[in-house]
Design a protein around this ligand. Sequence first.
Ligand code: NAD
Length: 321
Amino acid sequence: MLIVPEREIPDLLTRGASFDAVEKVFAAMAAGDAYNFPVVREAIDHEDALYGFKGGFDAKGQVLGLKAGGFWPNNMERRQIINHQSTVFLFDPDTGRVAAMVGGNYLTALRTAAASSVSIRHLARGDAKVLGMIGAGHQASFQLRAALEQREFERVIAWNYHPEMLPNLAKICDEVGVPFQAVELDGMREADVIVSITSAFAPSLMADHVAPGTHVACMGTDTKGKQEVEAQLLARATVFADEVAQSVSIGEAQHAIAEGLIDKAGIHQIGAVINGTHPGRRSDGEITLFDGTGVGLQDLAVAAAIVDLAKAKGVAIEVEF
Ligand code: NAD
């Protein structure tokens, strides 16, 4: 079996490789060639931790495995290690033997940023110029860098519940030479693309904060009860998701469904747009919304790409097992 330690991954995995792996597996999911297993997530009553598994099988890419891990809220304060901790295990689909163990922390940030980027590539207007960011935490930096590569953005506007965190994003904009401006939420009407990545349990972005023609990527809501945008926004938008089952149960759509504002049947898989079986955006005035809940197959696809890169660079550790 091969081991690719967490420390090697930032030097191996590029945003481009991550984007390609995620786009491909979303396409395979929509074609019925890949599927996710039910998610297990448990409060283990130790260290206030949430621990679980996300797994799946991609028959087309021949990738089988799971990501195990979760959230340990005391890590940073007590041990100076990040709170989100995960590891991916890949198995040989022909024999069931374990094939690889791959660090899952950096991978998670890049695969999540890749998902919103895939949605921007396929759903945002081609002439999008203003990128709006809601959230300025750990994931937001990765989201911003990846989103900026998808269109010729001329300006970034941002809002965060904790405004003191906004310099995290301003620094990235400085680095890449795109003007940055902090705005109030109603200022988001100027955005052509909005990426939302917060841990909120109540909506920040209201339907009236979003102009016609905008693409909104909702990336923070990955658990029952979380919510970033007003449910009414989903009723106004054409809604896409990484996986419809997750979108209606743990994603942003859970609220619009519960309020009877949208139907599950009206949510489209992003993979269908990639495959050309759904037209995607139909007009310049349409609001498109991507509900990115984070699926196990994204982790597995990116982990498999990391294993290939590690083998090519000679940094995968081989152990008899
Ligand atoms: P973080 O703790 O680093 O940042 C949290 C962000 O949420 C900050 O911007 C903070 O100001 C904001 N926030 C906190 N309370 C808020 C409130 N009440 N209202 C509005 N904003 C509030 O977390 P992170 O690692 O950046 O993760 C952000 C979210 O993304 C989490 O909910 C996490 O579970 C989710 N996530 C989703 C995926 C996916 O695949 N969809 C993957 C990884 C993380």
